[in-house]
Design a protein around this ligand. Structure first.
Ligand code: G
Ligand code: G
Ligand code: MN
Ligand code: NA
Length: 256
């Protein structure tokens, strides 16, 4: 059997899950949202890492189905959390978009339908995309981002700093959030150059009126340093690992 055929079956039988990692406001400690990360446990293959099965999905075309599933599942999770809480939670969920999914599918319609089906408002689903998704087809990317903004969805630039950032497009596209890649964050305290890059991104974000999330915060020391530097939001194992849906809800409710 191949991973591809297993993944096809897993998708059609609903065997994938989303794990939710909290996004924390560094100045207040509040939970501002969660990033949804796909997880797959296969009876024979065991736990398959997303890096591996996302790549297989992209090569095989299954990324369209996976992307649709993730959009619906994230919107439905919000709806289930709202149901448990009795009213809408003041948090949203970030969904990762693959550049190949963006090239091949009508992603805006997918989100429009997922939002309508779940009854959650668009401002609670953030799209995370990478710089490469914009470079592949800038015109198409612009149309998609404008359509997502029409749905009131926030847009985050994921892994920021690792791609071929076109600063002009950052300014001209409707981007709301920069997620500073963890390769800059994790070694920042012992690496003056990386710290300079982080400071530059923070200052760029402030000038362009963008929110910032620092990824890969693994220690209290890093969280504190970033807070002092004025970084808005943080994410990382220091706060919490990605958690199953029910656990993420309990995590939020215990700290709300
Ligand atoms: O969860 P983890 O950090 O191991 O994820 C590894 C990679 O897989 C990350 O780059 C993440 O963005 C990506 N990934 C996880 N879930 C999804 C998903 O639902 N869709 C897409 N396109 N990528 C995902
Ligand atoms: O590419 P993207 O930023 O979507 O990838 C998110 C991935 O980063 C997830 O697989 C998640 O498990 C991982 N991640 C989240 N927080 C940390 C962290 O503090 N340290 C490390 N090493 N990985 C993290
Ligand atoms: Mn991401
Ligand atoms: Na990232």
């Amino acid at each position: 059997f191949s991973i591809e055929s297993r993944l096809r079956t897993a998708l059609s039988q609903g065997e994938l899950t989303l794990a939710y990692q909290p996004l924390i406001h560094l100045q207040t400690g509040e939970i501002t949202g969660f990033e949804a990360l796909a997880r797959w446990h296969d009876p024979d293959l065991g736990h398959v890492s997303p890096a591996e099965f996302i790549a297989v999905a992209e090569e095989s075309g299954l990324i369209t189905a996976l992307g649709r599933w993730a959009a619906y599942e994230a919107a439905q999770a919000l709806s289930r959390w709202d149901g448990k809480f009795g009213k809408p939670l003041p948090v949203g969920v970030n969904v990762n978009l693959s550049p190949i999914q963006m090239a091949r599918d009508d992603v805006a319609s997918v989100f429009e339908e997922a939002l309508r089906y779940s009854g959650v408002s668009g401002n609670r689903l953030t799209a995370e995309l990478t710089e490469s998704a914009i470079i592949v087809d800038p015109d198409k990317a612009r149309k998609l981002l404008v359509a997502l903004k029409d749905l009131h969805m926030p847009i985050a630039m994921d892994d920021f700093g690792t791609g071929y950032s076109n600063l002009a497009s950052l300014h001209s596209l409707p981007i709301d959030i920069l997620k500073i890649d963890r390769s800059f964050i994790s070694t920042m305290l012992d690496d003056k150059d990386k710290q300079a890059i982080v400071r530059t991104i923070l200052s760029l974000a402030e000038s362009l009126n963008l929110s910032v999330t620092a990824e890969g915060i693994e220690t209290q020391e890093l969280a504190h340093a970033l807070q002092t530097m004025g970084c808005g939001n943080g994410q990382g194992f220091y706060f919490a690992r990605p958690m199953p849906e029910a656990e993420a809800f309990d995590y939020w409710r215990a700290r709300w």
